[in-house]
Design a binder for this molecule. Structure first.
Ligand SMILES: CC(C)(COP(=O)(O)OP(=O)(O)OC[C@H]1O[C@@H](n2cnc3c(N)ncnc32)[C@H](O)[C@@H]1OP(=O)(O)O)[C@@H](O)C(=O)NCCC(=O)NCCS
Length: 182
């Protein structure tokens, strides 16, 4: 069984970014992300309606971190406090050394290779520090940005599930991508 320990919190750095711990002070930016139609159109989770919803989200992330069941980094530019996005591992399947990756970025920062930069360092942590054997991504088939990002990071499409879950009175399809340790 895989053992992971997120204490002390692993802050990560890239040339432009710092990936730090999410905190309640990030509530405004988390609310804006989870209230954005551009962002949430491909994330089949309920949109935040109030800042309290964003606080509940931050609390859940924090609780999971404390019990080593998941890790989410707040993405910010180096030297700046403001969160511009998030990336992390959740649904950690310790028995099978596998986890799911999730990420979102403020629309005004899209297409600047920011998530690419964050993903490289997050995957390095997942594979080399957490010692995951594989990482999975569940993607809405219409999410071209996410699919391109995953392919660029050596993920392969492994499955296409038709109408495999129920959300908002619909049954969307899911594409499953996965990355194995080399
Ligand atoms: C997915 C997401 C994080 C990508 O972030 P990003 O910083 O814009 O991505 P990058 O700039 O690093 O781009 C990575 C690659 O995807 C491509 N790409 C980015 N947005 C794209 C789009 N809308 N359509 C097609 N390709 C796109 C880039 O061109 C780049 O490829 P390239 O280097 O060959 O040009 C961002 O679009 C987002 O937050 N989406 C909403 C949340 C979401 O969908 N999360 C994932 C759920 S599975």
């Amino acid at each position: 069984m895989l053992t992971v320990n997120f204490n002390p919190f692993p802050t990560l750095y890239t040339s432009r970014l710092q990936l730090r711990q999410l905190k309640t002070g990030d509530v405004k930016e988390i609310f804006e992300l989870r209230f954005s139609k551009t962002i949430m159109q491909f994330i089949d989770r309920p949109m935040a309606v109030t800042q309290d919803d964003a606080l509940v989200f931050i609390q859940k992330i924090t609780d999971n971190l404390h019990i080593n069941e998941g890790i989410t980094w707040a993405i910010a530019f180096k030297g700046e406090a403001t969160l511009i996005g998030t990336i992390g591992f959740w649904r950690i399947d310790k028995e099978n050394h596998r986890a799911e990756i999730g990420y979102m970025l403020q629309p005004q920062q899209h297409k600047k290779n920011i998530m690419q930069e964050a993903m490289v360092i997050a995957l390095d942590y997942g594979l080399n520090s957490m010692r995951l054997h594989s990482v999975e991504a569940n993607v809405n088939p219409a999410n071209e940005a996410s699919k391109k990002l995953l392919l660029k990071n050596n993920f392969n499409q492994e499955a296409y599930f038709k109408e495999n879950y129920y959300f908002n009175n619909q049954f969307p399809d899911t594409v499953i991508y996965s990355l194995l340790t080399p």
